[in-house]
Every structure is written in C-alpha cells, then in structure tokens.
Ligand binder design. Structure first.
Ligand code: NAD
Length: 256
C-alpha cells in the first residue's frame, strides 16, 4: 500500500473523480475525510466513507460548501480533531456550465470562479496551515486540460482552471521550504456526470473520441491512480507542475 496511515481530505468526494479518488486512497491505506457540498450529496458521501471502512474508524463524510469560508475552516478543523492533522488535500470540487461570453451574466461567471478557484484557494490555505505546522504535506489540485486549452463557451471555466494552474505553481514555490508539495492533475475528458450531456449524445461523443489518440474517454479511476502516485513518496520530487492525464488529447490530433 502506497499511502498507509496518511490523513487525506477529498473535496467533492460524493461523485465522479472525487468518489473514485477517495475509494482508491482508502484502498491504499489512507484515512479519508470525504467532503460533500450539501444535504443532497450526503448519502452518497456517507456511502463512499462506509465502503472505505464500514466501522467508520478510517473514513467519514464531512459537509462543507467550498465557496463558504466558515464551512471550509470548520471542515479542516474537524480533520484536525478526527484525523489528527492532514497529509493530503485533493482539491477536486468543481462545476462547469456553458455560456457564450457575450451573454454570460456576472452571476454565472462568479459561480464558477467562486467554486473552482476561490473554493480551491480556501481549502488549500486551511489545509496548508495544518501541514505547515508539521512541515509536511501534499496538495493536489484537480484542474483540467482547460488550464491551457481554450474552450469557446466556457471562458469562466477556462479562467478558473488557468487560475488554478498559477495558484498551484506559486504556492508550490512558497511552501516548498515548509515541506509541502503542491501540484495539479489535469484530466482530459472523463466519463463522469459533469459530462452527462456528452455521454447521452452518441454523435457528440464520437467527435470527442476522435480528438483523443487513445480513442475513448477516461475513467475516474484512471485519475485516482494518478492522484495516488503523485501523493506518494514515489513522487517526492514532484511539485509546482501539472500532470496531464488525457489519453493524448492535448497533442491535438486534428492538427496532425
Ligand atoms: P462531478 O460533477 O461528478 O464532481 C464534482 C463534485 O464537486 C461533485 O461531487 C459536487 O457535489 C462537488 N461540488 C461542486 N460544487 C461544490 C461546492 N461548492 N462545495 C463542495 N463540493 C462541490 O464531476 P467530476 O468530473 O468528477 O469533476 C471533478 C473535478 O474534475 C472538477 O474540478 C472538474 O472540473 C474536474 N475535471 C473533470 C473532467 C471531466 O471530463 N469529467 C475533466 C477535467 C477536469
């Protein structure tokens, strides 16, 4: 097991990549706090925690809307009380919506930035304070290939993920002397509910698959595997960078 005894927090752990990551961290021996946003996601998050450890000693579900500072502070404080600290934060919570920029309201813009970028900052800062006290820790920000590939109709999403890239790189520099590694993992197109419209549209799905040299969408477990490696001592020299896990999508096969 690569992460025996590590104390981990996964935001947005009730579904998709967060769920697969929490489960895999549990399999690798970590103790896991499974974050969920609201009452609507509670049962799913509790089911993830129960699958990791039915007895509840190694995993628990914890509510916090990452957009809300007091909730994030409380969640990380609960990690300190229940896990004794944090060795790993997976900043995974995120949303996506389509809106042509000429018609994009401030509300829609702020909703995405507040969740994907400000939420990640709040969790990173609070977890970082705990980690700094122990002079060790790993923070993994789940960004996207859209931290560097533009995506018309998704300016807010691209801005949030591009912002996350430089947040990652800057804080990696700041916190390296504290023994804290900070990096990003950029998934390509992954089969989760964030892509449910795509998964329900065979023609659009074929078009996206044509953009991917490996010819298929990725599975959430394939991102979880990258998280486990990046969090482990095997990746002790990795910080301030983005690991792209995209089936080759960012080699732009259409142009070759
Ligand atoms: P998903 O919708 O299953 O997961 C997103 C999770 O974030 C959900 O559990 C949701 O409840 C949670 N969340 C949203 N707002 C929150 C908030 N304010 N507070 C706490 N939790 C909140 O989709 P996913 O594909 O698993 O997405 C996970 C991450 O991966 C996101 O950051 C997304 O941008 C990123 N990503 C996904 C893909 C993809 O193709 N699926 C590609 C690149 C990046």
């Amino acid at each position: 097991m690569l992460l025996e005894g590590r104390r981990a927090l996964v935001t947005g752990g009730s579904s998709g990549i967060g769920r697969a990551t929490a489960l895999r961290l549990g399999e690798e021996g970590a103790r896991v706090a499974v974050n969920y946003r609201s009452e609507r996601e509670r049962a799913d998050a509790e089911a993830v925690a129960a699958r990791i450890d039915p007895a509840g000693a190694r995993a628990y579900a914890v509510q916090a809307d990452v957009r809300v500072e007091v909730e994030v502070v409380r969640m990380v404080e609960e990690c300190r009380e229940r896990l004794g600290g944090l060795d790993l934060l997976v900043n995974n919570a995120g949303i996506e919506s389509q809106a042509p920029t000429l018609e994009m309201s401030l509300e829609v813009w702020e909703e995405v930035l507040r969740t994907n970028l400000t939420g990640a900052f709040l969790c990173l800062r609070e977890a970082g304070r705990l980690m700094a006290a122990e002079r060790r820790g790993v923070i993994i920000n789940i960004s996207s290939v859209h931290e560097f590939i533009p995506w018309p109709g998704y300016a807010h999403y691209c801005a949030s993920k591009g912002g996350l890239k430089l947040l990652t790189e800057t804080v990696a520099q700041e916190w390296a002397p504290l023994g804290i590694r900070v990096l990003a993992i950029a998934p390509g197109a992954i089969a989760t509910r964030i892509n449910s419209a795509l998964l329900d549209d065979p023609e659009a799905l074929r078009e996206v698959e044509a953009e991917i040299p490996l010819g298929r969408l990725g599975q959430p477990e394939e991102i979880a595997a990258a998280v486990v490696w990046a969090a482990s001592e095997e990746a002790a020299y990795l910080t301030g960078t983005t690991l792209v896990v995209d089936g080759g999508m960012s080699t732009y096969p259409r142009f070759s």
